[in-house]
Design a protein around this ligand. Sequence first.
Ligand code: JFZ
Length: 449
Amino acid sequence: MIPLTYGATSADRRQDPTMRAFRADRFGQFVHWGLYAIPAGTWQGRTIEFAAEFLMHSAHVSREDWAALAADFTLDGFDPAEWARTARRMGARYVTVTTKHHDGFCLWPSAYSDFTVAATPSGRDVLGEILDAYRAEGLATHLYYSVLDWHHPDWRYAIESDDDRIAFDRYLDFATNQLLELAERYPQTRGFWFDGTWDESVKANGRWTHEIEQLLKERIPGAIVNSRLRADDRGARHFDSNGALMGDYESGYERRLPAPWDRSVSVYDWEACATLTQASWGFHDSAWAERGRKTPAQMVEQLAHTVSLGGNLLLNFGPRGDGSLAPVETALADAVGAWMAVNGAAVHDSGPAPGWDYPGWGFYTAPLQADASAEVSDGVVHAIVTRIPVSGILTIALPPGLALRAVRALVDGAETPFTVLDAHTVQLPASAFTGMPTVLALETVPAGQ
Ligand code: JFZ
């Protein structure tokens, strides 16, 4: 063991009510919204085929020119109640909102910056309105905060001189002030999602990452913090130099997921995040962004995949510059929501099915047990069928000691006959061939009963 002062603070996963609720939620909505939604990937007629929220950087826009966008942040189509209803209908149980992205623009009227919504025509506390709207729909709220800041003069990528160190220390004080301000203004916040922490300057300040996590947890007891914030004494990130997870859950799976048979991730909490477009988090108004747009079936497959391995999925939406949701994203939310309305029991309050091996044709999930150490899931296990074999027949390899009692499709409750050959096989019902994943509830009993 390498002795560390700022390494992992606990070897075990949290089991307090806030963390259990977050774990049981499984499905969250990510919202990336800021000034970058106005140019939406195009600057002075040139479309940059890269994430819209990076445009200031990728189109080499000066601080002044970028800051001038604030005058166009007019909220003409901004209806946070509509965002929140869309998220609830989709089946999301929490939202993570960008309070400040890399460009430094703050969605709340921060006392520590003049580059905020207070300098836009409406002057409104946009963040506060968003958070209130989601809570009114029953969703928990988490705050995304980029430590990387292209606007602040004291930001440094690396510390190469005393001047850099002095400037960056000032920068970290600024970030601390802003984060404590957020905690004070929005005390119902359930978690903080840190980003922009990969530079040498932050890695050389593992102490700050440790201290801000502790400070926020003092101000908001139970607050949940992602691993991406953290660096240890030696600059190791996410996992400390001894391999222990820092923060409350791992947050490195971004636009990718662990291999479906890889249960090694299920020993800790984790959350993946995914874009609906090609690779843009902010609204990108271009054929490029549309080219890779995901379908509802793909998103449901990612959700099933994630839950089967004990993770949460944060599905990103990028509202447009006027604050309205793009119709294509609303349509996707509604399609996912229609699926969740029928099949949500396989996602919410669910997790891996211990003892049930990855079946190839989809994913198994099981209701979260009070006792997370169970070795085999009995009772009901959900089979989320995402890849129907051409035979239309599923092979179900039961864990030793269990027998199948009944198979029911969640869509209509109809019992689906199955045969027991060398393994259990199930002929899929016609209702399975809809283009969306089918969920079968497998009712098991101890073998021999
Ligand atoms: C970051 C941001 O730069 C991006 O704009 C967005 O907010 C996203 C959620 O987070 O992007 C990353 C961060 C980490 C990885 C990739 C993109 N990574 O670990 O592969």
